[in-house]
Design a protein around this ligand. Structure first.
Ligand code: S3P
Length: 453
């Protein structure tokens, strides 16, 4: 894991003076999971797919570039608008050089399943974080289907996908709750012989299943099992990507834990496999109202009204963990603000995200004066005011934005190190957070702070 220090910060830092609450209206950028999938599916569909609300973050733009490298015409229009001119799978050409996917586990895992199924040889690589992440979780089931995929030492990227002919459908029981594994296997199954079924141990996000249906593919779902028949073609469609509930989570937490806050979040994706953060915050006493509910592109969307209140510590129910998996860095901060003790268990997957998020959040909150004990599968957090200090995000977008929100419960200034990767999921975060009430400025490694609020 990358290590920065106050004296030698890696990339941009956030400098935050204590703030008291959040107010106004926030529109967060498009959903990252859906943005990746909109490119992957539009690129292999027949016809012209128009996407609006696309997340112009580094992760999803790497996926877009990957398909351009494979010969797909993709045009970017106004903000969040992308047009893909798909000619089906047969029109894709193998990439001439390694595909670089930056920080994105979703890009790498889903693309590997899709390319292996389409029999397109390719090498996939990424940044320091991604090249340390476990890939056997997808390579093993894909190998069972007949794919041949080489990995680096320890099962990490780069991944080398060899042309190995048509795959065979399988029935696969996934050992961990992972939408990325489920999606990789289903996307390989899309072009395999026969039927492919994935059984999951817990509910995970179902954007792949929903969006494939939008492209005219039949996917059947029965409880925790999803199945797809090989040989189906995708038909182009138009879709609107809603705001990312994972990006909203920082503001949900920031406003929920600070009395006096009054914040509206507009156009937030409310897929029930993603709303665990709202359930957990409500169990802690948060006042979150869901209004203006509608459906866009097969996905529920709503506006969220948050009124600040003092939170209380809870034992987080384990069945909510996979429904809030990306929101735990922010929830650690909510717990640090809450009266009493919060216990998080069953969340060991946090250790294999962009960073080991249990370790990074525990180290960072302790550095800010928090009382937190990390455990193998979670943490025990005692709520108290924070003193402030220097927290190292270790290059993880979600830990960086979470530590920024900690300035709402700190008595002294906070510096968050290594924040460049916020651009993977939330370009413009500092400006939006500043307008909502954080006293945040960005500082380049060798620069004096420039206030944005
Ligand atoms: C994602 C699934 C989740 C999540 C990631 C995006 C997806 O990972 O953490 O940010 O788009 O399918 P896992 O499925 O590995 O838990």
């Amino acid at each position: 894991m990358k290590q920065a220090s106050a004296a030698h910060p890696a990339g941009k830092s956030y400098v935050l003076e204590p703030a008291s609450n959040l107010s106004g209206t926030v529109k967060v950028p498009g959903d990252k999971s859906m943005s990746h999938r909109s490119i992957m599916f539009g690129a292999i569909a027949h016809g012209v797919t128009e996407v609006s609300g696309f997340l112009e973050g580094e992760d999803s733009l790497h996926t877009l570039d990957a398909f351009r490298c494979m010969g797909v015409r993709i045009e970017r229009g106004g903000p969040g608008e992308v047009t893909l001119y798909g000619n089906g799978v047969a029109a894709l050409v193998p990439p001439a050089k390694a595909i670089y996917l930056g920080n994105s586990g979703t890009g790498m895992r889903l693309l590997t399943g899709l390319l292996a199924g389409m029999n397109i040889p390719a090498v996939l690589t990424g940044d320091e974080s991604l090249t340390g992440r476990p890939m056997r979780r997808i390579v093993n089931p894909l190998a069972q289907m007949g794919a041949s995929i080489g990995t680096g030492e320890g099962g990490t990227p780069p991944l080398s996908i060899a042309a190995s002919g048509r795959l065979e459908g399988i029935e696969y029981t996934c050992p961990m709750a992972s939408a990325q594994v489920k999606s990789a296997v289903l996307l390989a199954g899309l072009h395999a012989n026969g039927r492919t079924t994935v059984h999951e141990p817990a509910v995970t996000r179902d954007h792949t299943e929903r969006m494939l249906r939008g492209f005219g593919v039949e996917v059947s779902v029965d409880g925790l099992s999803a199945s797809i028949d090989g040989g189906q073609q995708l038909t182009a469609t138009s879709l609107t990507v809603p705001g990312d509930i994972s990006s909203s989570a920082f503001f949900l937490v920031g406003a929920s834990m600070t009395p006096g806050s009054n914040l509206t979040l507009t156009g937030v994706g409310m897929n029930p496999s993603r709303t665990g953060v709202i359930d957990i915050l409500r169990l802690m006493g948060a006042q979150i109202q869901v209004t203006n509910e509608r459906v866009t592109g097969g996905e529920p969307v709503a506006d969220l009204l948050v009124t600040g209140a003092a939170l209380q510590g809870i034992e987080v129910p384990e069945h909510l963990v996979s429904l809030a998996i990306d929101e735990f860095p922010a929830l650690f901060v909510a717990a640090a603000s809450a009266r009493g003790t919060t216990v998080i268990t069953g969340a060991e997957e946090l250790r294999v995200k962009e960073t080991d998020r249990i370790q990074v959040m525990a180290d960072g909150l302790r550095a800010l004066g928090g009382d937190i004990e990390d455990t193998p599968d979670g943490a025990i957090i005692q709520g108290k005011r924070l003193a402030g200090g220097v927290a190292d995000s270790c290059g993880d977008h979600r830990t960086a934005m979470s530590f920024a929100m900690a300035s709402l419960i700190a008595d002294g200034p906070i510096t968050v190190l290594d924040c460049d990767n916020v651009n993977t999921s939330f370009p413009g975060f500092a400006g939006i957070a500043g307008a909502a009430g954080l006293h945040i400025s960005e500082r380049e490694a060798d620069q004096i702070a420039e206030p944005v609020s």
